[in-house]
Design a protein around this ligand. Structure first.
Ligand code: NAD
Length: 456
């Protein structure tokens, strides 16, 4: 507690000096973030391998590269993001000029999750720096090697009076949450998201909550089967072995088409991960034994165990579960109620495609929804009627790489968004400024409010 108080006091002192507001400070820190990642790629890959057994290719593509890209975009765009936006004015205040001036919120707390422990820590940090804030980053204790690496590297590269790492779990995060912040940015589960939002409410602190949910994939029979299967497999098992907030959670497809789709998925899985996938070096392991137990509980549920149509192999010692397909699990089974967040994928069959929309709306709003179809009318219907944080047509997961799109949830999948300019906005206040001179003072606005004035 005393540590949290000291850190926040120090950071606030720096913020009040005004140093983090300047373009020069922001750009210098952003360049240092880029350098931090660039000069330590091998150590980062090693830490991610230690934490989650993440394959180096995935570490490079989904953590290192995306973090560096975010940095590059911020460095390139910073001047334009910081520039005041001129807006029109109205007759009531004629003559005047109006603008929206982005200003830093102040002290930002960033609490991140374990599954992409570099990206989910540094991406919001980049937004908070770009917006001119002082920052405490609390990485996830569930990825200890990456947390410790960030705690070592950040003071070496970034301004220690303005950007701090506090490592720890519940006790340390609780102490941090008791402090007054100007912004809290949280990535993780909805359960803890509620604790974060309640703590923020005490100080009326604005929050961004990047949460999860069950991401659906609707597949109609018009699709190119091989491409569809490849893209579903890549977005599920190629993203941290399913331990990703935007990984497909369940597929909905017509009963008559399901056998073809299932065959295509099985063939693709075998091509990608071989006959004995628990030996594959291209799949992350389950992060720890409590998540391993959570996932095996979903599979061993008596309502589900006879619905497993592919995979199901596991190695408890090495914390590995093979890619697994489950067909038509009952809607009241745990696997259909909880977010899976692992290598199990369920398939729900329907009689008509229209029923797919009813299935999706029976769950809370997901972070991402996917539809595979060549039928433009059906595509439009799905895009217009499904409410989700983001949507991707004929692919999975890749929408997060487009920094022109906001990334965030809706309803139970999150509050607010970030990426690209949206990250800058997440950590900025849009200050409304109206400029007037001393000319054109309309006397009708001032008392006494005579009958004649009221008629104007
Ligand atoms: P989590 O909620 O267990 O942990 C996230 C953070 O919260 C960690 O830093 C942890 O130390 C902290 N924390 C844990 N218990 C706490 C408590 N009692 N009080 C205060 N802080 C606490 O989440 P997780 O297991 O790390 O992540 C999995 C979830 O996150 C999934 O639901 C997934 O969908 C979601 N997620 C969302 C995104 C996104 O970008 N929207 C990204 C990754 C994960």
């Amino acid at each position: 507690m005393a540590d949290a108080v000291r850190v926040v006091r120090k950071l606030r002192y720096t913020f009040s000096s005004g140093r983090t507001r300047s373009y020069e400070w922001r750009i210098a820190q952003l360049k240092q973030v880029w350098k931090l990642v660039d000069e330590n790629e091998d150590q980062i890959i090693e830490a991610l391998s230690e934490d989650i057994g993440k394959p180096p290719f995935e570490s490079f593509f989904a953590e290192i590269s995306l973090t560096k890209d975010s940095c590059k975009v911020a460095i390139k765009q910073l001047k334009s993001w910081m520039a005041p936006e001129k807006v029109s004015t109205t007759l009531t205040v004629f003559p005047s000029k109006a603008e929206i001036l982005p200003e830093p919120l102040g002290a930002a707390l960033i609490i991140s999750a374990w599954n992409y422990p570099l990206l989910l820590s540094m991406d919001p940090v980049i937004g908070a720096i770009a917006a001119g804030n002082v920052i405490v980053l609390k990485p996830s204790e569930v990825a200890p090697a990456t947390s410790s690496l960030l705690a070592t590297l950040i003071p070496q590269y970034l301004d220690d009076d303005a950007i701090r790492v506090v490592e720890g779990s519940v006790a340390e995060t609780t102490s941090l949450l008791e402090q007054k912040w100007d912004k809290i940015f949280y990535t993780g589960s909805g359960k803890i998201g509620r604790i974060v939002m309640a703590a923020a409410a005490k100080h009326l602190t604005p929050v961004t909550l990047e949460l999860g949910g069950k991401c659906p994939v609707i597949v109609d029979p018009t699709v190119d089967l091989e491409v569809t299967a490849r893209r579903i497999v890549a977005g599920k098992w190629g993203c941290n072995n399913g331990q990703a907030c935007i990984a497909p959670d369940y597929i909905i497809t017509p009963e008559s088409f399901a056998p073809k789709l299932i065959d295509a998925l099985k063939n693709t899985l075998e091509k990608f991960y071989g006959q004995d996938p628990i030996q594959s070096a291209d799949l992350s392991r389950i992060v720890n034994s409590s998540h391993f137990v959570r996932l095996t509980r979903l599979l061993d549920d008596p309502k589900v165990s006879d619905k497993v149509i592919y995979g199901g192999q596991r190695d408890e010692k090495r914390l590995i579960i093979a890619p697994t397909l489950v067909l038509d699990a009952p809607m009241d089974s745990l696997i259909m109620i909880e977010e899976i967040f692992g290598p199990l994928l369920t398939i729900i069959t329907v009689q008509k495609m229209e029923e797919a929309l009813e299935v999706v709306s029976s769950f809370s709003k997901p972070l991402a929804a996917y539809v595979f179809t060549k039928n433009k009318k059906f595509e439009r219907q799905v895009v217009a009627s499904v409410s989700a944080g983001g949507m991707l047509v004929n692919d999975t997961a890749l929408h997060v790489t487009n920094h022109h799109l906001p990334f965030g949830g809706v309803g139970e999948s999150g509050v607010g968004s970030y990426h690209g300019k949206f990250s800058f906005e997440a950590f900025s206040h849009k200050k409304a400024v109206l400029y007037r001179g001393f000319m054109g003072d309309l006397m009708a606005r001032y008392p006494p409010y005579t009958t004649r004035k009221q008629k104007i």
